[in-house]
Ligand binder design. Structure first.
Ligand SMILES: [Zn+2]
Length: 383
């Protein structure tokens, strides 16, 4: 029964059903977010507000078009974030608290939100500033230049993320526990990775979720292990998580995903080119490089990324299975990986067996039950 003293609905006492609910809420939020984005973009375009803002800025700044584009992007992205704010608050703070995942108070969450927004504003202004410069100077081949720039942009972001962006949100420290630090070091050396560092990722002050990742490129490449994993998992399980991340490293998955993302970006830019060419006259834009066409541009990228999402997710899931396979092979058995995956599922409220179509459409990682089954099948040790 619900506690009459709170307005919060009581959580489902069955952990598996609770995980299913949690997943359902996130999936619904995903759909709502997309629908809202489409509605906002349409309203922005069809009301004439986008053209009005672009014209107004041109009157203000005259021939200094990079300033026009920069101010347009800043105002538009900020306005979009403002309209979406209630949904961000609900999805990232309210729900996380209701399900016991967040350790952050509202103020802490809001500070992080503002930091993310500042980064988004900067990234969007630079990115679209350059793209619209290509539209201006190469009206036919801009989409090829845009793709090349996208690759450069993503590579630079990936390289600086672990040293510039991620420390804004979390602490990164050497692994505290000396026995674990030794075990990690010798496992990494045995795997033949001498340059990469392994860091403790300070998640716990903000979330109860477990996570680990391979981040960075070149000199900044490192493996990060959440303190939420280091604290609660056995040494064998931690090494299994590490082995999975080393699998990503060995398979060059960062480069593969960037290459795959670039192919998709090229497709999205090409689609935008087709649309912009046809719609310029219809909406009264000054030309294809008129920043007032921004809603059409973003809509094309959104449609293309949604349509291709099953493909990119399928590819990502394949890379995850491959990293699991590396972990099982390098550990010589599946036991530690399987128990780490089981713990991760419980800790992160993951639906162990989501409907296949949901996984096909939305998940970049295979479900835990499928990963466990595959890991057991790959186990080389006699059963
Ligand atoms: Zn992975």
């Amino acid at each position: 029964m619900a506690d009459p003293n709170t307005s919060e609905p009581a959580l489902n006492p069955n952990p598996e059903e609770r995980a299913r609910e949690y997943e359902l809420i996130h999936n619904r939020l995903f759909v709502v977010r997309i629908l809202l984005t489409v509605i906002i973009l349409s309203a922005y375009l069809f009301s004439g507000a986008s053209v009005y803002l672009a014209d107004g800025l041109r009157t203000r700044f005259g021939a200094i078009w990079p300033l026009v584009n920069a101010f347009y992007t800043l105002i538009t992205v900020f306005g979009f974030a403002a309209v979406m704010f209630p949904l961000s608050l609900y999805g990232e703070h309210v729900i996380e608290h209701r399900y016991g995942m967040s350790n952050q108070d509202l103020e802490g969450w809001f500070v992080d939100y503002l930091k993310s927004l500042a980064i988004e504003l900067g990234v969007a202004t630079v990115f679209f500033g350059v793209i619209y410069a290509f539209l201006r100077y190469a009206p036919n081949l801009w989409w090829i230049w845009a793709t090349a720039f996208y690759v450069l942009f993503v590579v630079v972001l990936a390289a600086v993320a672990p040293v510039v962006i991620m420390p804004l949100f979390h602490k990164f420290e050497p692994i505290e526990n000396p026995a674990l630090a030794d075990a990690v070091k010798s496992f990494v050396e045995k795997a033949g990775l001498r340059v990469v560092g392994v860091f403790q990722w300070g998640l716990e002050e903000k979330t109860n979720a477990g996570n680990a990742a391979l981040t960075g490129l070149g000199n900044t490449r490192r493996i990060i292990l959440g303190d939420t994993i280091i604290k609660d998992y056995s040494q064998d399980e931690i090494i299994a998580v590490l082995a999975h991340e080393i699998g990503h490293y060995k398979h060059r998955d960062m480069a593969r995903l960037i290459a795959a993302g670039s192919l998709l970006a090229a497709g999205g830019f090409y689609l935008a080119r087709l649309f912009l060419q046809r719609l310029v006259a219809m909406f009264g834009f000054a030309g294809p490089d008129d920043i007032g066409s921004f809603p059409i541009f973003v809509f094309c990228l959104l449609v293309f990324s949604l349509v291709t999402m099953p493909v990119s997710n399928a590819y990502s899931r394949r890379r995850e299975y491959a990293a699991d396979a590396y972990a099982v092979a390098s550990l010589g058995s599946s036991g530690a990986l399987v128990s780490a995956l089981e713990k991760l599922a419980a800790q992160n409220l993951a639906d162990r067996e989501p409907p296949a179509w949901i996984e096909f459409l939305l998940h970049s990682h295979p479900s835990i039950s499928r990963r466990v089954r595959r890991a057991r099948e790959m186990d080389p040790s006699p059963r």
